[in-house]
Every structure is written in structure tokens, then in C-alpha cells.
Write a protein that binds this ligand. Structure first.
Ligand code: MN
Length: 206
């Protein structure tokens, strides 16, 4: 596994293929208040690329190569709980991320025998991989990230391709592939509603 740290944008000429796992680390859970510090990417080959943003950057961040990848209709972006990452990426990079696959939504559609749909749960149950989560609430705004933070951040994108394979098989088995596709298609709108003030409201509810 190689973890490469980039400053401010992806390097020119880097190709991550047609399916890229993506995660973000922020200063907190409120996109308007808590800045985007790190975007992690993996082509599913065991390597991770991390893009770090300086505290002085103001949204929208100037990261044209990363933004182009996120908006590229030919590249499927894999997330775990895409709803949050999409809102953050829209706010800080000014992009509507498409097309999207979310392992958490896929899990909720097929793993109806459990209410445990966290990334750590999926990695343990579907891949027999133990994901350490100790760095989850660390200071991602630090100018110099610790080796443990970099390893943690990378781990969040290294297993999404393998999870998608397992979850796609379960979706097919249970006849819910079309529901998953429709839910993924709606995700950019769900993120836009969150940003528009509907973050605590389920518009489908009575
Ligand atoms: Mn993460």
C-alpha cells in the first residue's frame, strides 16, 4: 500500500480509472462551519492519494483537476455515506458529484437483518477486515498530519471497491439493484436539500 499526499489538488496526469473510491475529512459535521481538510481517493488498487487543503483556502477551493474528476460522468465515485461527502464537496469545491455509489445505502437496502451499517461493520462482516477508527475524531486541520492520521484516512477508501462487489451481489440476489440505482441517482439532490436547510427534514415523511 502506498499513500501519497498532495497539496491543494491532484497532480497533473494522474489517472485513477473509471471507478474511484472517495472520502473526506473535515473539521466537523456542519459543512458551512467546518472546513474541508482532506480528500482521499483510491482506484481500488491498494494505493491511496490524499489531497490536503490549507487552512487559508476559502471556498470554492481552486482544485480544477480534483473538481473535474468529481464531475466526470464517465467516472463512478464510490463513497460510504455519500450524503455528507457530497454536501461538503459541493460547498468547498463547487461541484455536483456524479455518478455516485454509496456502500451505506446499498447495505441498508440488503442487510436488513442488522442495523449496523458503519464502514467498520461492513469491512468486518463482508471482508473480514478490521478497520481502526481511533483517528476518526482527530484534528484534521493540522498543517502536518500524523502518520496515524494518514493511514486512517487512506484506509477509509481502500476497501470500498471490494465492498461494492459484495453488496452488488447481495442487491442482485434480493432483486433490489434498481432501487439502489435510483437512490444513488437521488443522492446529489439529497445533498442539495441538506445544504438548502432541509438537513433535518425527511420530505417523504407524513
Ligand atoms: Mn473518513
Amino acid at each position: 500500500m502506498t499513500v501519497t499526499l498532495h497539496q491543494g489538488d491532484l497532480p497533473a496526469g494522474l489517472s485513477l480509472g473509471a471507478m474511484v473510491a472517495i472520502d473526506t475529512e473535515t473539521m466537523g459535521l456542519r459543512p458551512g462551519r467546518d472546513r474541508l481538510c482532506l480528500v482521499q481517493l483510491s482506484a481500488g488498487d491498494g494505493d491511496a492519494h490524499l489531497v490536503q487543503f490549507a487552512a487559508t483556502a476559502a471556498p470554492p477551493y481552486e482544485a480544477p483537476r480534483l473538481a473535474a474528476l468529481l464531475a466526470d460522468p464517465a467516472v463512478l465515485k464510490l463513497f460510504h455515506f455519500a450524503r455528507f461527502d457530497l454536501a461538503v464537496l459541493a460547498h468547498y469545491l463547487g461541484v455536483s458529484v456524479r455518478p455516485v455509489y454509496c456502500t451505506k445505502i446499498a447495505s441498508k437496502l440488503v442487510r436488513t437483518f442488522t442495523d449496523r451499517h458503519g464502514l467498520k461493520d461492513l469491512c468486518r462482516d463482508l471482508l473480514r477486515v478490521d478497520l481502526a477508527k481511533e483517528q476518526q475524531s482527530s484534528d484534521w486541520g493540522a498543517a502536518t498530519l500524523a502518520p496515524e492520521q494518514l493511514a486512517y484516512a487512506a484506509a477509509d477508501v481502500l476497501h470500498l471497491h471490494a465492498l461494492k462487489v459484495r453488496l452488488d451481489a447481495m442487491l442482485a440476489r434480493e432483486g433490489r439493484t434498481a432501487w439502489a440505482a435510483a437512490a444513488f441517482e437521488f443522492l446529489p439532490t439529497r445533498a442539495a436539500l441538506d445544504r438548502g436547510g432541509y438537513q433535518d427534514i425527511d420530505i417523504f415523511e407524513h
